[in-house]
Design a protein around this ligand. Structure first.
Ligand SMILES: C[S@@+](CC[C@H](N)C(=O)[O-])C[C@H]1O[C@@H](n2cnc3c(N)ncnc32)[C@H](O)[C@@H]1O
Length: 595
């Protein structure tokens, strides 16, 4: 996978006025990264997948793309791979509620059907999906860089929508004005009419989001007025009520024209996270498909390319898929990619049954491997909850407070070393005024650490250092250590073209441990190991590198279990069958066998 050494030039932003923040730095050049193909959903078996997707390779033989990685790296990679000016519609819904944690609720499967729990009391495991940890300056720089890259990717007729709210909307508007010049087209207000106001708050309760609309070129952008399905329904209702009689053709035309004007206030789409919407996939910031339906139908011609580089649960891709547009998605979070992938597989399978789809294949690529980083973020958040650390979001070095002392949480992937201590010492040298003690949270420590600390504490009456070693600490001892999932799968050839794959046992130690932590009064007994399994995927000809999803078992309802046993068609010649099991926390285990 050789990548070119060339840097990719980014056009300077020319617009006025300009917003300034500490550390503002325009993006002059970026560099692409290798994209590693990790999973392929190709139910019709017709994809010709190049290792690294370039626009040239894909343009006449398209498959949709889902990237797991930081979107800065992914967008740079797309530019390098020839996508400059090729994207017709961009919708982004970046994180914006600074300070809030976004949590994905994870439930076990099938407990109700197994008579294990009563309705409404299902045990919920919570897995932190991502944290909005930016302070304002970092956030503005973050958005500045992404918007500059997105502009490069946008086609001459392209539209971009930026979904925000009042927390940062006004800042991002000025940044976008700087980048897109005078190509601002307007602002959509999405009124979340079904949100339940909190009467205890002393303010006008926020019931809306703002979506900024820009074009690459306001004289050439694509736009068509549309009548959304919901509006059609509303219209029918209103006609009956208002008219009380059958409308004349002229009245109808007039009424249609009024409705055809796509309006800037969308007041008829409910927030799907309130109440019980069928659309919900368990992602707190999931947006309604209808909203994307309006944006994509009105601003993106059929077969054109839609990009969402903060794809979350995959809403934009789902709607693009349903509307016959090509799509590219990206998210930094593995759980989000899995949710998106799962929901897209369902839609494509349904489309295939109805012979409706042109774009039935999608591939998942990883750009710049982020797994470790995500685990680290999750681990930190768990440690924070476990110990009761008060998190600070603004300090670039320390992670929070424990009582009066400052807390530094070190990388859990290696034991605490003298180098870590040196970094803390350097930081304290800069902060001469700092008079608080320091608590270091680590997952283990090297032998040389204790004498160093003893020496330090003798010399420093202030800034004394205390260590919490999570693995052994008496007070905080039961901290969770992530152990990989384990599965026993019997894979055997039955005859020339068929094989059996039977999951005989499966355990996710993390799920069991988390359930036990939630239910301290009794030991949790999971009635069926399949309760812990979310999805089973099978590749019948696994090459050891890229997983081609040939069979997928994704139960529609949360009360259904995966089947667990599969009779599958396989090649006549010797082949390797791989079974991938994804648990309810998004972790996966792969078992492969040659038959
Ligand atoms: C508000 S959510 C998007 C929700 C989405 N519109 C939906 O309907 O499900 C924002 C997403 O941006 C992702 N994200 C945050 N920073 C990112 C980055 N640097 N690169 C890629 N994705 C990122 C988060 O993981 C999260 O899934």
């Amino acid at each position: 996978m050789k990548m070119s050494e060339d840097k990719i030039k980014i056009t300077p932003a020319k617009g006025r006025p300009m917003l300034h923040w500490v550390g503002k730095n325009p993006l002059d050049y970026v560099k692409g990264f290798p994209a590693q193909l990790v999973e392929l959903f190709d139910p019709l078996n017709n994809a010709k997948i190049p290792e690294v997707p370039s626009y040239e390779d894909l343009k006449d033989n398209w498959h949709n793309l889902l990237f797991h990685g930081d979107n800065k790296d992914v967008l740079a990679t797309l530019l390098e791979k020839g996508f400059r000016g090729k994207i017709d519609l961009i919708y982004i819904d970046p994180p914006f509620r600074s300070g809030a944690d976004y949590v994905r609720k994870v439930e076990l499967r099938g407990l109700k059907n197994l008579g294990w729990i009563e309705e409404g009391t299902s045990s919920i495991l919570q897995q932190t999906m991502y944290f909005d940890i930016w302070n304002n300056d970092n956030y503005l720089q973050f958005m500045y860089e992404r918007l500059m890259l997105l502009k490069e990717l946008l086609s001459e007729n392209g539209n971009i929508f930026i979904h925000l709210d009042q927390a940062v909307g006004h800042y991002v508007k000025v940044i976008a004005d700087e980048i897109f010049g005078d190509n601002f087209l307007g602002e959509i207000v999405w009124y979340r009419y079904n949100k339940i106001p909190d009467k205890t708050k002393k303010l006008f309760f926020k019931m809306h989001d703002t979506i900024l609309h820009y074009a690459k070129n306001r004289r050439e952008h694509f736009f068509q007025s549309i009548l959304s399905p919901t509006e059609k329904k509303i219209k029918r209702k209103k006609m009956k009520k208002i008219e009380g009689r059958i409308a004349t053709i002229d009245e109808n035309i007039e009424y249609m024209q009024e409705l055809l004007l796509t309006r800037s206030v969308i007041d008829f789409i409910p927030d799907i996270n309130v109440g019980s919407s069928k659309e919900r996939v368990g992602f707190k910031t999931q947006k309604p498909e209808e909203l994307l339906n309006i944006i994509i139908s009105s601003c993106c011609p059929k077969n054109s390319i839609v990009l969402d580089c903060f794809i979350g649960s995959g809403t934009t891709a789902r709607v693009a898929q349903k509307l016959g547009r090509r799509w590219i998605g990206c998210d930094i979070n593995k759980g989000a990619i899995q949710l998106a992938s799962k929901s897209l597989q369902k839609i494509i399978n349904e489309q295939i049954k109805k012979e409706e789809t042109k774009y039935s294949t999608f591939a998942i690529y990883r750009v710049n491997d982020y797994d470790l980083k995500i685990l680290q973020t999750e681990a930190i958040e768990l440690a924070v909850q476990h110990i009761g650390i008060q998190r600070t979001r603004t300090d670039p070095f320390f992670d929070g407070y424990l009582g009066k002392s400052l807390v530094k949480i070190t990388d859990f992937n290696h034991p605490l070393t003298l180098l870590d201590l040196q970094l803390i010492q350097n930081e304290l040298n800069i902060r001469r005024e700092e008079d608080r003690n320091i608590t270091i949270v680590c997952f283990g420590k090297e032998l040389s650490v204790d004498p160093w600390i003893e020496e330090w504490n003798k010399k420093h009456p202030v800034n004394k250092i205390h260590i919490i070693e999570l693995k052994t600490d008496k007070k905080y001892g039961s901290f969770l250590i992530r152990k990989p999932d384990e599965a026993k799968v019997k894979i055997e050839r039955i005859d020339k073209t068929k094989a059996n794959a039977i999951i005989e046992n499966f355990i996710s130690p993390t799920i069991v441990e988390r359930l036990n932590m939630d239910n301290r009064l009794f030991k949790v007994k999971i009635p069926d190991f399949r309760c812990m399994i979310d999805t089973v995927l099978i590749d019948t000809n696994y090459d050891g590198k890229v997983f081609h999803i040939v069979y997928s078992d994704v139960p529609k309802k949360k009360d259904d279990l995966v089947r667990g046993g599969y009779e599958i068609e396989i090649p006549r010649s010797k082949t390797k069958i791989a079974v991938k099991i994804i648990d309810m926390l998004g972790e996966e285990v792969l078992v492969a066998e040659e038959v």
